[in-house]
Structures are given as C-alpha cells and as structure tokens.
Write a protein of this length. Structure first.
Length: 78
C-alpha cells in the first residue's frame, strides 16, 4: 500500500517508462564496520530447501549483483 506522496512519485516514474518493483528485497543487509566506518556490505536472502526466488527477488538479485556489484547470496536453511 502506498501513501499519496509515494503514489505521485510512482505515477511520475511510470509515466517516464519506469516499472516499479515493490517487495522482494533481500531478507538481510549485513555491514562490516571497522574503525566506525562501513568497509563491506553483504545481502542475504533466506530460503527453505523447497522455496524459490520470486520474480521480484530475481530482479533485486540482478540489480544488486550486476549494477552495484554487491555481494548477494541465497542461504538455504532447513
């Protein structure tokens, strides 16, 4: 659900040809901090052995890995 301001921004971006992706973000963002500075980041999606990534999760994975060269992985947990 979006509020009025979010909806206006979404509509403006869609009118410019962008497709909104809501949900599907990785379960975790981990940061490694040394001397009060972030020195590395890692994204983790957690799934059971029978779960699969949703379409939105595949989009997040591709964006994070290919556009931002971020560490992203899917952790399978029984």
């Amino acid at each position: 659900m979006t509020n009025t301001r979010e909806h206006k921004v979404m509509k403006k971006c869609m009118d410019e040809g962008w497709k909104p992706v809501r949900g599907g973000a990785p379960d975790w963002l981990f940061v490694k901090i040394e001397n009060k500075k972030i020195v590395d980041v890692m994204f983790k999606e957690v799934k059971s052995p029978i779960d699969r990534l949703t379409t939105e999760q595949h989009i997040w994975k591709k964006v994070l890995q290919e556009y931002f060269h971020a560490h992203y992985s899917v952790e399978i947990v029984d």
